[in-house]
Design a protein around this ligand. Structure first.
Ligand SMILES: Nc1nc2c(ncn2[C@@H]2O[C@H](COP(=O)(O)OP(=O)(O)OP(=O)(O)O)[C@@H](O)[C@H]2O)c(=O)[nH]1
Ligand SMILES: [Mg+2]
Length: 250
């Protein structure tokens, strides 16, 4: 099955080549029918030129680079990339190398199972290997609780924010027209869509490298934007419910 992996990329000129190299090498062995779709979320540094130069010099025909001038956010970048994806499996992964590559191996094994429509890693899975500061743990736990309370997450989901997710093409085509969030609440919005439709999800362990950079998504500005977006998604859920009820009682 062809895999399309979207890599939303913002200010990652230091890490992005490492990510390209290891994904390209790993997938050439594990799932040779693949495409890496880098979306440069704003030409604010040299990421685009660095990537294009390396791809050309090494004839990496399965790596593509797209982008736009102004920064729009992770959600926008993921949607932009998904629209370009041609694979039977479509997913996304962070542009830095914080996620251990074996998480992708687990994810691929699960998404090959015929009726599994989405693979979602969880830091709380019993086999996960993640070292997090207390601040990051509380952030992750609190965020998931808020998501669980306000949205229609699939029952098995106990972690929302892992930067790797895989889906079957059919699911992506179905949910893309409904995705609106531009920034980090995209993960919530996607899980809400999957929960609403009731597709089968496989939750897998998550493996993070030690010595990671501190989180850029866990700052006050991003968190308040994320909360605002989660409220917006929950409102559209209730609007949907109301319009369904109106139809039934008409
Ligand atoms: N921060 C940020 N990331 C974006 C944006 N658009 C796309 N991304 C990508 O979203 C992914 C997650 O962002 P990161 O900045 O790595 O967030 P994080 O993993 O919480 O934080 P780090 O510990 O700094 O890596 C990365 O692949 C980014 O390149 C954006 O507008 N802001
Ligand atoms: Mg990161």
């Amino acid at each position: 099955m062809k895999l399309s992996l979207v890599i939303p990329t913002y200010k990652k000129q230091r890490e992005v080549l490492d990510q390209l190299e290891r994904l390209y090498g790993y997938l050439s062995r594990k799932n040779p029918d693949f495409e890496l779709i880098f979306i440069i979320d704003g030409y604010v540094d040299n990421t685009k030129d660095i990537l294009n130069k390396y791809i050309q010099e090494n004839s990496l025909v399965n790596a593509k680079v797209f982008g736009y001038t102004k920064n729009k956010g992770k959600g926008y970048a993921i949607r932009y990339g998904m629209k370009k994806a041609t694979g039977d499996i479509i997913g996304f992964i962070d542009a830095d190398t914080d996620i251990q590559i074996r998480t992708l191996g687990y994810a691929l094994n699960e998404i090959y199972i015929p009726d599994v429509m989405a693979v979602i890693p969880s830091k709380l899975h019993k086999d996960s290997n993640v070292e997090m500061t207390l601040k990051r743990k509380l952030f992750s736990y609190g965020l998931t609780m808020i998501n669980r309370t306000l949205l229609n997450l699939p029952k098995s989901i106990d972690d929302v924010g892992c930067g790797l997710k895989l889906f079957k093409r059919e699911l992506v085509k179905r949910m893309l027209p409904n995705l609106k969030v531009n920034r980090f609440a995209i993960d919530s919005e996607i899980l809400n869509e999957i929960g609403r439709v009731g597709y089968r999800v496989s939750v897998i362990p998550f493996f993070l490298n030690k010595n990671r950079s501190d989180s850029t998504s866990a700052n006050i500005r991003e968190v308040s934007r994320m909360l605002k977006d989660i409220f917006m998604i929950s409102k559209s859920n209730s609007n949907l419910l109301v319009s369904k009820l109106i139809k039934i009682y008409r």
